[in-house]
Design a binder for this molecule. Structure first.
Ligand SMILES: *[C@@H]1O[C@H](CO)[C@@H](O)[C@H](O)[C@H]1NC(C)=O
Ligand SMILES: *[C@@H]1O[C@H](CO)[C@@H](O)[C@H](O)[C@H]1NC(C)=O
Length: 150
């Protein structure tokens, strides 16, 4: 096989979706994602390309727009609840996360979120934008194939 044929095969057989395929979301997660994507895009003016980059594991450290989008997702999703008494006291909303679980990730999805939220809380980071960004990176690092990003 010549090199060109080989390269074509590699490119054609590469997965198109590096993250969880939308057909695997299940109804509850699909609805939550539609809602979050629309709302947080409007608030932050982020582009679909910037979001796609995160989906593929490219975290642009100097892009404040995508970081704000990410903060918006965590705050509006209701899966992580910051307290407003001046003390960082973040806990995952486990029942809600269980409701959102895609059928394909039963017993895995909520657990992964709970663990990354615990990690974010225990880091002691005071800046919620930084903390939420790290929590997203934790989710991607834990299971890039099943990463879900609205
Ligand atoms: C967030 O990630 C940065 C860079 O990876 C690291 O320096 C920082 O300690 C992390 N903070 C938290 C809150 O985990
Ligand atoms: C929190 O972090 C973000 C992103 O690095 C930064 O833009 C923002 O100014 C920080 N907020 C505070 C209050 O330091």
């Amino acid at each position: 096989m010549n090199m060109l044929k080989f390269l074509c095969l590699v490119i054609l057989s590469a997965p198109i979706f590096a993250s969880l395929h939308p057909k695997d979301y299940g109804p509850n997660l699909a609805e939550a994602i539609r809602h979050l994507h629309a709302e947080c895009s409007i608030i932050t003016g982020v582009s679909d390309l910037e979001i796609e980059n995160v989906r593929n594991g490219n975290f642009a450290e100097n892009n404040i727009r995508i970081k704000r989008y990410n903060t918006c997702l965590w705050l509006h999703s209701g899966v992580m609840l910051p307290s407003y008494d001046g003390v960082i006291n973040l806990h995952g909303n486990k029942n809600y996360l269980l409701d959102l679980e895609p059928p394909k990730l039963k017993g895995k999805f909520a657990k992964m979120f709970m663990s990354c939220i615990d990690e974010a809380r225990e880091s002691g980071e005071k800046n919620f934008t930084v903390l939420a960004w790290n929590a997203t990176k934790c989710l991607h690092r834990t299971d890039p194939e099943n990463f879900v990003y609205p």
